[in-house]
Design a protein around this ligand. Structure first.
Ligand SMILES: NC(=O)c1ccc[n+]([C@@H]2O[C@H](COP(=O)([O-])OP(=O)(O)OC[C@H]3O[C@@H](n4cnc5c(N)ncnc54)[C@H](O)[C@@H]3O)[C@@H](O)[C@H]2O)c1
Length: 357
């Protein structure tokens, strides 16, 4: 892919938030694409209130958004990766649009609430800006294989889906400024994947979170989450999804199990960028396929292609799908809250007379 267009300055990545997502994921993927010759971005601009002494040689720090925009050849030549905590994005987007920025890649979850996500998308739309929400699993080669198998009828009609994303996350849970609930960590990826595979309309049947237990602390809502969904309207055959994320698990796992009327697919996604391979098996068949898979890097490549006008919207980045996911995450949060409140309500003492009724 060529980033340079004749007569136009190249696109410049601007990482707004240089923590785990900005530094370890987005910048890492941009470097991989440069090494592959797919994207020639050179030095990236970094905007973060915290200036790091150990900034890599291929990153240039800008103290604020205005300084980042001023460092670009033209404001609309920047691709702004909004990789700071979700609650900071609406304000930043407003500032950037006013300064002439028009190209964005936005981390998950889009915003702290569905209401704010709608505001964010409407703001971008009204300015004629292009915004790509992060849709990691739809860009996965494993997912695309699963989609192909479903279309080919390999397991019949889908009936249920189970997506598990587990990992130990004790240290980050103790000191996490970016997340307040396990519904914001792996779950946005899981809900989006469920909607991508099994579609909308979709309604919530269960939502729960639990605390992260440490030897001397109990961190509320960061130990894990569970969501139940039903996909399909009244005239459709329903598909149920169960999504579980255990952030106290001793092992890392990203597994999808899709059960159809005539069989079952089990897929394992890569558990980290250090080993970019997934696995796929039809239950009962001997062979297990190993699939090269680097979904985040593919998504970023496709997003740049789209921003250059050289490719379609990457899979699963339709804003409507993301808003549907945000609505379900909000509903799950409300359900988890109601469940927590119910569990905290003391059960009234029942008298002997009442017991004998
Ligand atoms: N796609 C993924 O797999 C993935 C993985 C990790 C995190 N994330 C998402 O990325 C977001 C950030 O998470 P993180 O783990 O990187 O958090 P983090 O705490 O590691 O990093 C956040 C960074 O943003 C900076 N920041 C805060 N406010 C800012 C502002 N207004 N402008 C610029 N920078 C600002 C902080 O100084 C910090 O360096 C979250 O929404 C998270 O869910 C996604």
């Amino acid at each position: 892919m060529k980033v340079r267009h004749p007569g136009r300055p190249p696109l410049v990545p601007v990482l707004v938030g240089y923590g785990r997502a900005g530094r370890d994921l987005h910048h890492h993927s941009l470097r991989t694409l440069a090494e592959e010759g797919a994207l020639a971005t050179g030095q990236v601009l970094v905007v973060d209130p915290v200036r790091r002494d150990d900034l890599p040689h291929d990153a240039r720090w800008a103290p604020d958004l205005a300084a980042a925009v001023a460092a670009l050849p033209e404001p609309d030549r920047g691709v702004f990766h909004l990789t700071m905590p979700a609650g900071q994005r609406l304000h930043a987007l407003r500032q950037l649009l006013a300064a002439g920025a028009r190209r964005f890649i936005v981390e998950k979850p889009l915003a702290p609430s569905a209401h704010e996500a709608r505001q964010l998308l409407a703001l971008a739309d009204s300015a004629g800006a292009q915004l790509i929400p992060m849709s990691v699993w739809p860009s996965s080669a494993v997912t695309q294989e699963v989609v192909g198998m479903l279309r080919a009828g390999r397991v019949g009609r889908p009936r249920s889906l189970r997506i598990e994303q587990h990992k130990p996350r004790f240290r980050r849970g103790l000191d996490d400024a970016a997340h307040s609930s396990a519904l914001q960590i792996e779950m946005p990826h899981q809900v989006l994947l469920a909607l991508y595979l099994c579609g909308t309309p979709c309604r919530l049947t269960a939502g729960d979170v639990w605390p992260l237990p440490l030897p001397d602390a109990l961190v509320p809502a960061l130990g894990g989450a569970r969501i139940g969904l039903v996909h399909g309207g009244p005239e459709d055959a329903e598909v149920t999804s169960t999504l579980v994320s255990d952030l106290t698990s001793p092992v890392r796992m990203r597994r999808l199990r899709l059960t159809g009327t005539e069989g079952e697919i089990v897929a394992h996604y890569p558990t980290g960028g250090d080993d970019p391979y997934g696995q796929l098996q039809v239950v009962g068949e001997e062979s297990r396929r190993i699939i090269p898979d680097a979904p985040l890097t593919r998504l970023i490549e496709d997003a740049y292609r789209f921003h250059l006008g050289e490719g379609p919207r990457p899979p699963g980045t339709d804003p409507a799908l993301h808003l549907a996911a945000m609505d379900l995450l909000d509903a799950a949060k409300a359900a988890a809250h109601a469940r927590g409140a119910a569990m905290e309500t003391p059960v009234p003492h029942r008298s002997r007379e009442a017991e004998s009724c």
